[in-house]
Write a protein that binds this ligand. Structure first.
Ligand SMILES: NC(=O)c1ccc[n+]([C@@H]2O[C@H](COP(=O)([O-])OP(=O)(O)OC[C@H]3O[C@@H](n4cnc5c(N)ncnc54)[C@H](OP(=O)(O)O)[C@@H]3O)[C@@H](O)[C@H]2O)c1
Length: 277
C-alpha cells in the first residue's frame, strides 16, 4: 500500500531478491501508473484489489499519518488472509497503529536509510529496525536477510526517540548544510555552494575514518576563541543561534581532544553569552 519512495524501492529490492510482487493500492494515479508499469502488477486507488488476497507480506508504505486509515481499509476489505503479515515502514509509529487482523501478524520494518524518490535504490547493508509480534518479526527478519540488510528489534516505546535521532542524523543534517549554503551566498560567494556540500561529506568521512572526537576539526578543537567570536559577529541571527548551540554541543568532543580547561571556559562563556544577545 503506497507507491512512493519506500514502496517502490522496497518492492524493487524484494523482487530482485526473489519475492514476487502481486499488486498495490495507492492514492495518486501518476505514481500508481509508474508502479504498475515498472512491476507489471495491478494497482488500485482507494480500494483493495483481489491480488492482495494472494500476498504473504503486505507492506504499508504510506505516510505516518495515513497508517491507521490504511489498516482500517485493509480490515474492511477482508483481503488479509490467515498466516500473512501486515507491516508498515514508519520509524516513529508503533506497529499496533495498523490495528489487529484475525489470523495475521502485524509488525513494522523501518529502513534506516534515505530514499528520496520512487527511483531511489535500496542499498545493501542497510539497517532495518523491526517491531511487532513474534511471527511478524520472524517474517520481516527473513525479508531483511534477503535484502542483505541488518535487522535490529526495538520496542514500540523506543521508536519516537530513536526516530527523532534518525531525523537529527539525516534530515536535519540536510537543513544544516542548506543553512551553511545560504550563509555562503550571503557572504557573496554563491559559487562556493558545491564546495560547502563537499565539505559536509568530508566532515562525515573523517568521522567514519577516525570517530567523532578525532574527526572533529576547526576552531573549537584548536581553542581558537577570536575566530569563534568573529563567526558569531558575522552570522545572520538565526544562523548564529544554531552555530552557538551546536558549538556548545561540540565542546565535550573538544575537551576529549585535549583542549585545556581555561580555553574551554572562555569558549563556553562566549558561546553562552550569545544566548543573551
Ligand atoms: N523516504 C525515506 O527515506 C523513508 C525512510 C524510512 C522510512 N520511511 C517511512 O516510509 C513511509 C513512506 O514514506 P515515503 O517517503 O515512501 O512517502 P511517500 O514518497 O510520500 O509515499 C507515500 C505513498 O503512499 C501513498 N498514500 C498516501 N496516503 C495513502 C492512503 N491513505 N492510501 C494509500 N496510499 C496512500 C502516497 O500517494 P501519493 O502518490 O498520492 O502521494 C504515496 O504514493 C513513511 O512511514 C516514512 O516515515 C521513509
Amino acid at each position: 500500500m503506497g507507491c512512493g519512495a519506500v514502496g517502490a524501492a522496497l518492492t524493487a529490492a524484494l523482487v530482485a531478491s526473489g519475492y514476487t510482487a502481486v499488486g498495490a493500492t495507492t492514492r495518486g494515479r501518476t505514481r500508481g501508473r509508474a508502479f504498475a508499469r515498472r512491476f507489471r502488477v495491478p494497482v488500485c486507488y482507494g480500494s483493495i484489489g483481489p491480488a492482495i488476497g494472494r500476498a504473504h507480506l503486505i507492506l504499508v508504505t504510506v505516510g505516518d499519518a495515513a497508517i491507521a486509515d490504511a489498516g482500517a481499509l485493509l480490515r474492511r476489505s477482508r483481503a488479509v488472509t490467515t498466516g500473512s503479515v501486515v507491516a508498515h515502514t514508519s520509524g516513529a509509529v508503533a506497529a499496533s497503529a495498523l490495528g489487529r487482523f484475525s489470523g495475521a501478524a502485524v509488525g513494522s520494518l523501518h529502513p534506516l536509510t534515505v530514499l528520496a524518490s520512487p527511483k531511489a535504490t535500496l542499498a545493501r547493508g542497510v539497517t532495518f529496525v523491526l517491531e511487532g509480534d513474534r511471527t511478524a518479526q520472524a517474517a520481516l527478519r527473513r525479508a531483511v536477510i534477503a535484502l542483505h540488510g541488518r535487522a535490529v528489534v526495538v520496542s514500540p516505546h523506543q521508536k519516537p526517540r530513536y526516530h527523532a535521532a534518525a531525523v537529527l542524523a539525516s534530515n536535519l543534517v540536510v537543513a544544516l548544510v542548506a543553512l551553511a549554503a545560504r550563509e555562503t551566498d550571503r557572504a557573496g560567494l554563491a559559487g562556493l555552494r558545491p564546495a560547502a556540500l563537499g565539505l559536509a561529506r568530508a566532515a562525515l568521512d573523517a568521522v567514519f575514518a577516525v570517530g567523532f572526537e578525532r574527526g572533529l576539526t576547526g576552531p573549537l578543537v584548536r581553542g581558537d576563541l577570536a575566530t569563534v567570536q568573529a563567526h558569531l559577529r558575522a552570522l545572520d541571527p538565526k544562523a548564529r543561534e544554531i552555530y552557538r548551540r551546536l558549538s556548545l554541543e561540540a565542546l565535550p568532543l573538544a575537551k576529549a581532544r585535549g583542549v585545556e580547561s581555561p580555553s574551554l571556559t572562555r569558549l563556553r562563556a562566549v558561546l553562552g553569552a550569545g544566548r543573551r544577545r
